[in-house]
Each structure stands twice: as C-alpha cells, then as structure tokens.
Design a protein around this ligand. Structure first.
Ligand SMILES: *Cc1c(COP(=O)(O)O)cnc(C)c1O
Length: 374
C-alpha cells in the first residue's frame, strides 16, 4: 500500500481567507482598542447569542479560564463536591480543583461515553454542590435526567460543552441547559477564535458576576470587589471569531460528509464500533472516535495507533489516560471503580477530521485500518 507523502494529522485548525481577517482587524488600527470588551468583542457576543440560541453569554480568552470564572460565579462553598466525568480533557477537573472544590468521579455509559446518569445519585452526599458533566465529542448528555437530579438535590449544573459548539437538542441550543455551559473556541475545536471560551446561561444575574471575575474583580476606577482573574477576550480573537462564524455551517456540513464516509467504510470492519447520530440532535461532527475491540479486530488500540503512524496517519488517544490516572490525581483516586471509563479509554482512538480533509484520504485511512486489522 502506498504511503501518503504528507502527514495527516488528527485535526487542522480552520483559518479564513487572509484578506477577510485582515479587513476585520483594520478597525483595531482605527480605534486602538485592543482588548477589554471592545466593539469586536461586543459584535461577536451578539452573533454568538444568535448562533448558539442563548439569551446570555460571556466571552473569555480561553475555555479553561471560562470554566474557572463560571465556577466562581456560581459561588459554591469551598470544599464542596462536584460530580464529574473522568473521561474528559484535563481542563474540566483542573478547573474544579483550582476553584477549591473536590471532583467526585462518576462512571460513563457506553452509548455516548458521557456521565452515566443512573450512577449520579449514589455519589451524592451532604457535601455535593454541583454536577459538571461533559458533552464529550459533542454528543449531548442526558440533560433531562440531570436536571431532574439537580432539582431534587438542589445542585448547580455546569456543562463543559467545549466540544459541542452548534449542537442542538430538539432545536434548542445545547448551551441553554443547566445553570451554565462553556464552549471552547480553541484553535483545534470545531469553531475557533484562535483561543477563546464562551459561557452561556439563562439567568441574566450571572452576567455581572462573570464580568467581575473575568476582569480582576474590578467594578470601577477605584473599586475592586472580588479576587478575580484576568480572562478577557481580546479584539484580535473576537475578529477571528466574527470571520470564522461565516464559515461554521459549511465546515460542519463538510465534517458531516466525512463522518458519513467513515461510518460507511468502517461498519464493514469487525471489531470497530462508533457512535451514530442521536435522535433529535443536531450534531457538529467535531470528532470521529472509534472503539477497537482487540479480540475481534485482531490488533489493540495501541498497535493500531502505532501502525497508522507508519502510514503517515496521526490519530489521538482521546481520552487516555483517564483523569484519575494522571500523576497529579492518581494517589487520591486509586481505589475508585470506573469500569466503563477504563474500558473505553483503553480502546478509543479519534481519527483525523477537519473540513478540508479529502474524502479520498478518508477512504485511504479506512483501507489502511482494514489492512492493519486483517
Ligand atoms: C478544549 C477543552 C477545554 C479547554 O478549553 P481551552 O479553550 O483549550 O482552554 C475544556 N474541556 C474540554 C473537554 C476540552 O476539550
């Protein structure tokens, strides 16, 4: 089999036409307003409210700090327990810990790899203050059941929607569920503002608090009310967001076609499974994870990962290791049982996907996978 001349990476950051971006940032040279909630920031915010179908949003310089700002604004008691998933990016857990809260890990379910809502209630104690689920790979959590539990036990819900930009359930923006949601606009995500984060929420009183915490706690020229952070989105980021928003629907459509092509080809390979579209969900096709059942496929996930590299195909083990196996957490969580999360984490591999990925390359990747397994 012929090897690709150019390496195929798991993703390729979207960039708009250079002229379009340079035209957008010309305005900055007119105003000399580089950051601190300038006109481009305000324009992007309004456009995102519309696109994400949310009534309120707060823009931050990255997704991680948006999580930390959001947790502060929820004013959870110090040391409170937050039920969350171990099958996520480091950021989710770090945000909880950096906020003086304690992560309590709940296992995931096998259909979407999201928090298993049937297992949440068993973990609730008198110290539980919030649930922080992740819409992993952009597939929505069981938001209805989570809301029921949160109401029953009076808990806050903060969704890490880093992967879920543009996702909808029954035509409702996914950022309208729970108390808060965070979308990451990092370069590697479906929609980027170079780096960036958006918090969305229904309760307008959160706006003031979020704004306070993202700007050092400053409320006026001579008043600082809180020990805040600095997490303001600058005008260059906002300009990138404004321009990229013109392309997002097209990008998601291209990703959908790529996803369909992967599914058509891979469903014929035994020992490989993937998540299909979910009912009543508008997907964003942000990732294409597969799960390798080594006994049927013939190779382990790690073997497939390594052998694909020889063909110049670079995949990612998302999410491996589990958060509970990170050096910084493993001592504390070594006795915890997370069967499904461990199972998926040991077998999952995300394949290359980005708007400009050629369908011929997708075909080629599938052929190579088939050959490696045979
Ligand atoms: C990317 C990501 C974040 C952090 O977002 P940044 O914008 O990179 O800071 C948080 N949670 C998850 C699940 C992510 O994938």
């Amino acid at each position: 089999m012929k090897h690709l001349e150019k390496a195929i990476m798991v993703t390729k950051s979207f960039l708009p036409p250079f002229e379009e971006y340079s035209k957008e940032i010309e305005r900055i040279w007119e105003t000399h307003w580089l950051t601190n909630m300038g006109p481009l920031h305000e324009e992007l915010k309004n456009k995102l409210n519309e696109y994400l179908k949310t009534s309120n949003s707060t823009l931050c310089n990255n997704g991680h700090l948006a999580l930390e700002i959001g947790l502060r604004a929820l004013e959870l008691p110090n040391g409170g327990e937050v039920i969350t998933t171990p099958f996520t990016f480091a950021s989710t857990t770090h945000a909880i810990v950096n906020s003086g809260l304690k992560p309590v890990f709940c296992d995931i379910e096998m259909k979407t790899y999201n928090l298993d809502v049937e297992k949440i209630e068993d973990l609730i104690t008198e110290k539980t203050v919030a649930i922080m689920p992740v819409h992993v790979f952009g597939n929505p959590c069981d938001v209805k059941k989570i809301e029921e539990i949160a109401q029953k036990y009076n808990l806050k819900v903060f969704y890490d929607a880093a992967h879920a930009f543009g996702v909808e359930i029954n035509e409702k923006g996914i950022g309208t569920f729970g108390d808060l949601s965070m979308f990451s606009l990092h370069a590697t995500k479906v929609f980027n503002s170079i780096e960036g984060g958006v918090l969305t929420y229904n309760n307008p009183t959160l706006q003031k608090k979020l704004r306070l915490f993202k700007n050092f706690g400053i409320t006026g020229p001579e008043t600082v009310e809180a020990v805040g952070l600095n997490s303001k989105m600058n005008e260059f980021q906002a300009a990138m967001g404004i321009v990229n928003l013109r392309y997002i629907d097209e990008q998601i459509e291209k990703r959908k076609i790529i996803t369909q092509r992967y599914r058509e080809n891979l469903k014929r390979i035994e020992g490989i499974t993937f998540i299909d579209d979910l009912e009543n969900v508008k997907h964003n096709y942000s990732y294409f994870p597969i799960v390798i059942e080594e006994k049927i496929f013939g190779k382990t996930r790690d073997e497939l990962f390594e052998e694909l590299k020889e063909y110049n195909i670079f995949t990612r083990k998302y999410f491996y290791p589990l958060i509970t196996d990170f050096d910084c957490y493993k001592e504390e969580y070594k006795n915890i049982e997370l069967l499904n999360a461990k199972y998926i984490s040991a077998r999952v591999l995300t394949l290359p996907i980005y708007g400009e990925l050629d369908l011929e390359i997708v075909e080629y990747i599938c052929e190579v996978i088939k050959k490696i397994g045979a």
